[in-house]
Each structure stands twice: as C-alpha cells, then as structure tokens.
Design a protein around this ligand. Structure first.
Ligand code: ADP
Ligand code: ADP
Ligand code: ZN
Length: 217
C-alpha cells in the first residue's frame, strides 16, 4: 500500500473532493495548504493576515511561509503511517524542500495522483463551487448539490462561495498552475511515482481509480 501521497491538479480538478474521500477510506491525515490558510484567515492569525491578499488575487503564498507550515505539520505523529498532501508542492522550491524534509523524517513520498481536466470544465466547476463555511466540504450548484439548498449535508453549516472563486483570480491561478506547478510532474514522473486520472469522470470512478493506485504493492 502506498500512503505517502501528493495530490496534484489544476484548480477545480477535484482534489479536495477526492482528498476527503481518500482520507476517510485510508485513515490518513489530509494536509491541504489551501485549507490551512483559510483556517488561519478565519482565526485572524498572523499567517492568515499574510496569506489573505495573495489568495484573493490567486497568487501563490511565498514559499518560505508555505514550506514552514507543511514542515511543522508533516513532523506530527499522526503522519507516521501516511499522509495526503493536497495542493502542495506547487513550486520547484516547495518540491525540493519536501524531498529534504520527508527524507529527514523518513516519510518519503511514494505516490503522486495527478488529476486532469479540460479548462472549460475547470471554469464551470469553479464558478459553481460552494463550500461549507464550517467544515470546508465542497459542493457544486449543478454537479454536487446539497440535500437542502445552502446547507452542508455533513455538519449543517452554511454554504458559501470562496472569495477567490471569481474569473480574475481563476485566470491567475491557472497561469501559476501552468508555469509553476505542472512542470513538477516531470520531476515525479522520472521517479515513477505518478498516476494520472481523468478528473472529468464521476467522483465515484475517480475514487475507485485512485484507490487502485494506493493499494498497489
Ligand atoms: P479542487 O480542490 O481541485 O479545486 P474541488 O474538489 O473543490 O477541486 O472541486 C471543484 C468543484 O467541482 C466543486 O464544486 C466540486 O463539487 C466539483 N467536483 C469535484 N469533483 C467532481 C466530479 N468528479 N464531477 C463533477 N463535479 C466535481
Ligand atoms: P484550489 O482548490 O483552487 O486548487 P487551494 O484551496 O488549494 O485552491 O488554494 C487556494 C489558494 O491558497 C491558492 O490560490 C494560493 O493562493 C494558496 N495556496 C494553497 N496552497 C499553496 C501552496 N502550496 N503554495 C502557495 N500558495 C498556496
Ligand atoms: Zn459542513
């Protein structure tokens, strides 16, 4: 079983949706840098203050800050039997730092799941995305509606639109994805770690294929 996992893919590919289901199935911690920044903003911490404007514009939060929070999180005891990194690394500097720190911790990455989707689909997904204000579960107004409009199925929290899910920010996020993040795939492909999955399939099919990649010996 491969349980030190990186989940990669452009904004809207379905990383958060798949991550929630994989961590529930395999009982490993979900480490989403985007969620960590959003929680820091909600809590009004210094980290949140720092990340807020970058996120609103769709720019990347500086590497030293992002690497620092992942380093602290991966060192925690609950990551000793696996972890799922969602949205990290996004730059070469982050990937290099991750190599060093996972070697030091003896928790090396052994699987990269790469979710793909056409840009037209990404735009539709991002514009229709709603997230639970309490627990962060993603929904979609057409594809994944909640049972009761505006209310989270899991925790009853209110659904909201992310402030960065607008056209201008998405354009910037896609540009960062193509220039900074997508090139990292070749780094992991050279190591034989990458399983690519068509993220335009129904979420159940995506989960089944990801599960096969995790369970392979
Ligand atoms: P990411 O974390 O990669 O940005 P999300 O998991 O938040 O992506 O998904 C983006 C949007 O697309 C959400 O509104 C989500 O409900 C929807 N979505 C995710 N996976 C699928 C899927 N396989 N089919 C249809 N819609 C999906
Ligand atoms: P998406 O679901 O659209 O892929 P995320 O929730 O992963 O977006 O990230 C939201 C925002 O948080 C990013 O646009 C960026 O500003 C910031 N962020 C998240 N992860 C990173 C990272 N690894 N490096 C730099 N910035 C990040
Ligand atoms: Zn909720």
């Amino acid at each position: 079983m491969k349980s030190n996992i990186i989940l990669m893919g452009p904004p809207g590919a379905g990383k958060g949706t798949l991550a929630k289901r994989l961590v529930a199935k395999y009982h490993i911690p979900h480490i989403s840098t985007g969620d960590m920044f959003r929680e820091a903003i909600k809590a009004g911490t210094e980290l949140g203050q720092l990340a807020k404007d970058y996120m609103a514009r769709g720019d990347l939060v500086p590497d030293n800050v992002t690497i620092g929070i992942v380093e602290a999180r991966l060192a925690q005891d609950d990551c000793s039997h696996g972890y799922l990194l969602d949205g990290f690394p996004r730059t070469l500097a982050q990937a290099e730092a991750l190599e060093k720190l996972t070697a030091k911790l003896n928790r090396p990455v052994n699987l990269v799941i790469n979710l793909t989707a056409d840009e037209a689909i990404l735009v539709k997904r991002i514009s229709g995305r709603r997230v639970c204000k309490n627990c962060g579960t993603p929904y979609h107004v057409v594809n994944v509606p909640p049972k009761v409009e505006g209310i989270c199925d899991h925790c009853g929290g209110p659904l909201m639109q992310r402030p960065d899910d607008n056209e201008a920010s998405l354009k910037t996020r896609l540009a960062h994805y193509y220039s900074d993040t997508k090139p990292l795939l070749s780094f992991y492909e050279a190591k034989g770690y990458v399983t690519s999955i068509d993220g335009m399939q129904p979420a159940d099919a995506v989960l089944a294929l990801a599960g096969q990649a995790v369970e392979v010996k």
